[in-house]
Design a binder for this molecule. Structure first.
Ligand code: ATR
Length: 301
């Protein structure tokens, strides 16, 4: 286990006079790549800022966030398990944060805390950068928890042909379909719910899919949400399989590779969501000064 570096963890803004201070907050947080990513963006855009890590106790997000902002902190990224706490903490939510039902980016402006969610936009940009066509595509989203909900809006906005949400238990996928029904209709997308079990039945599985995204937590325990029969129904060699987990080849990615499909982990999504957060904090005019794909290449090398 990596011991936490206390200097890195130190995010008390009063110790960094003249430097804007940001932090990523999660529990655990020792594994995070966010400080490295933001340090690289700051170098590219010639921004003077300090970006640290915060690990509040599981029930102490609001206390930690309040003391961070009270002490002069400018902005915060939020990761597992605090994205719902961050949503509750914000005074003002962007519309995409409301739709996502969670917040991964906070900042302070005119004494108010703003909350946004850049995860879905980050996923879509990473997919497009990898040459995946989303318009009129057939997408299968595995999972119906917070990670899945966060990306549905931005995926629908790309006007795929269909988006099927498949979950272990059906009720949650049904709820998401109801929640996003209006947006799906306005984008002319067939939005449907399935259980993972239904994917095993070729007659209830609507299509092989162009894109299959794993937003379940199964990868964290080295499992795949898909049975061998489901894999046989949903993949064709032209499919692209995307796992939101990064840093390892998951069981889901292995299944896809065995079907001849292309695969990606979620590191590009992490970098792209960070780029959006950076621009929210430091100004959209820096969009041309940062190069997320170069940062991603560095992280992979
Ligand atoms: P997150 O915010 O990371 O999405 P979550 O809200 O707990 O976390 O949701 C976890 C998702 O992974 C859910 O869709 C869950 O399915 P259930 O709703 O049926 O619980 C899914 N999941 C977790 N472990 C899984 C496994 N071993 N196989 C399939 N799905 C799994």
């Amino acid at each position: 286990m990596n011991p936490l570096n206390p200097a890195d963890l130190h995010t008390d803004p009063s110790l960094f006079v003249g430097t804007d201070v940001y932090a990523v907050t999660g529990n655990p947080i020792s594994h995070t790549k966010s400080p490295d990513i933001h340090r690289r963006f700051a170098e590219q855009a010639k921004q003077k800022m300090h970006y640290g890590r915060l690990q509040p106790d599981i029930n102490a997000f609001a206390v930690a966030a309040k003391s961070f902002f009270d002490a002069g902190g400018k902005g915060m990224n939020v990761t597992v398990p605090f994205k719902l706490d961050a949503q509750a903490f914000a005074d003002v939510l962007t519309s995409r944060a409301q739709l996502a039902g969670a917040v991964n980016t906070l900042w302070i402006k005119d004494s108010k805390i703003y909350g946004d969610n850049t995860d879905g936009a980050g996923l879509v940009r990473d997919l497009l950068a990898q040459g995946i066509a989303l318009h009129q595509s057939r997408i299968l989203l595995l999972g119906a928890g917070g990670a899945a909900r966060g990306v549905i809006g931005p995926l629908l906005q790309q006007s795929p042909k269909c988006l099927v949400i498949a979950n272990r238990s059906n009720a949650k996928a049904d709820e998401l379909v109801k929640l996003f029904a209006d947006l799906a209709a306005s984008q002319e997308v067939a939005l449907e719910a399935r259980t993972l079990l239904e994917l095993e039945n070729a007659t209830t599985t609507p299509y092989p899919f162009d894109l299959i995204i794993n937003a379940t937590a199964a990868g964290l325990i080295d499992e795949s949400p898909l049975s061998a029969q489901a894999v046989a129904n949903i993949f064709v060699p032209s499919s692209f399989a995307y796992d939101m987990v990064y840093g390892k080849s998951t069981a889901f990615m292995q299944q896809a590779l065995q079907k001849g499909a292309r695969v990606s982990d979620g590191l590009g999504m992490l970098v792209e969501q960070a780029a959006d957060a950076f621009l929210l904090w430091r100004g959209e005019q820096l969009a041309t000064a940062i190069d997320p794909r170069a940062v991603l290449a560095k992280l992979r090398s």
